[in-house]
Design a protein around this ligand. Structure first.
Ligand code: TYM
Length: 331
């Protein structure tokens, strides 16, 4: 008998353009896992509004992000791909789970602390309870695995804690999810400041999937390194070079040792443009395919509509179980 496939859920906020960080930390793995698992890949627009968004831009980015998912190699026939706000069960379960999450737990989330600093004039309760909505995303679909970059590990661990607590009170309801973090590329750093994560809020240090080749080359040629000359992996003393090595190896499939040997005695003046070229070649087909896809609005609409329907069917099963267990009267 064929064994039931395990389930995956993951998502990215359409709060900016997709970045090389989100590709290497998350999407690359989504593509690799799509045959082996039963996958749901979401465009989490409800998460995006935890900081202020321009409405027209949010709408455009949400649809473009779907085009980019497909261009990266995600097959809409194999995966359920949808927009979070199209499945109201996310918000409904989010409310319930918020009643099983401690204020103290949310106060410890490092992403909240960082974003609260970044948006000091607009620290909303949505920003604070964001990890509860993320827990609802994952638990609604009984996901076994959540492929994310390192920065999301803490949120997946909180999700497990919330699930465990709920299961403890009401008997087994939720599958306990595990984070799935890549060995290489889990934390791509900024090209301008290798002490910080590459992020869409820092456009100079960040490579976007839709960047043109000349922009990618310029960003890599300008990447901050150190005043030595050896291309060696050493995260503590050579953070910039180590980050470039990681990007190079993730883009080409080479090991760090192979890359170090390739650039031995060749200096940064050769190495930095070589990393740029590897990324240009990695992203070229993705950019070209995204441009084709973005033009086909009718197709994209059919994908996200069907995705939402299939997602709702699964989400409803979990939500009705939860409502029954906590004592809500059946509709
Ligand atoms: P978001 O939108 O900030 O990032 C999307 C994914 O990309 C990864 N990532 C990176 N990985 C490596 N290096 C980087 N510099 C880098 N920048 C981003 C992130 O780890 C993430 O996997 N809360 C999530 C979105 C979310 C979600 C979910 C994820 C909402 N619900 C349910 C999984 C499951 C977020 O803000 O990711």
């Amino acid at each position: 008998m064929e064994e039931k496939k395990k389930r995956i859920f993951s998502g990215i906020q359409p709060s900016g353009e997709l970045t090389l960080g989100s590709y290497m930390g998350a999407i690359k793995n989504w593509v690799a896992l799509q045959d082996e698992y039963d996958c749901l890949y979401c465009i989490v627009d409800m998460h995006a509004i935890t900081v202020r968004q321009e409405p027209a831009l949010l709408r455009k980015r949400s649809v473009n992000q779907l085009a980019q998912y497909i261009a990266c190699g995600l097959d809409p026939k194999k995966n359920i791909m949808f927009i979070q706000s199209h499945v109201p069960q996310h918000a409904e379960l989010g409310w319930v789970l918020g009643c099983y999450t401690q204020f103290g737990e949310l106060s410890r989330m490092t992403q909240f602390k960082a974003k609260a600093k970044q948006h000091a004039d607009n620290i909303t309760s949505g920003l604070f309870t964001y990890p509860v909505l993320m827990a609802a995303d994952i638990l609604l679909y009984q996901a076994d695995l959540v492929p994310v970059g390192e920065d999301q590990k803490q949120h997946v661990e909180l999700t497990r804690d919330i699930a465990q607590r709920f299961n403890g009170v009401y008997s087994d309801t939720f599958t306990l999810p595990e984070p799935f973090i890549p060995q290489m590329g889990a934390r791509v750093m900024s090209l301008g400041d290798p002490g910080n994560k590459m992020s869409k809020s820092d456009p100079d240090g960040c490579v976007f999937l839709m960047d043109k080749p000349e922009d990618i080359m310029r960003k890599f040629k300008r990447a901050v390194t150190d005043c030595e000359t050896a291309v060696k992996f050493d995260k503590v003393n050579k953070a910039g070079i180590s980050n470039l090595l990681t990007i190079y190896c993730t883009a080409t499939g080479k090991t760090i040792e192979e890359a170090e040997a390739e650039f031995e005695g060749r200096g940064y003046g050769i190495f930095k443009p070589a990393v740029g070229e590897a990324v240009v070649e990695l992203l070229r087909p993705i950019r070209e395919e995204s441009e084709r896809m973005i033009a086909d609005k009718a197709y994209l609409e059919s994908v996200y509509k069907e995705g939402a329907q299939r997602a709702q069917y699964l989400a409803n099963k979990t939500l009705s179980k939860v409502y029954r267990k906590i004592g809500f009267v059946a509709r």
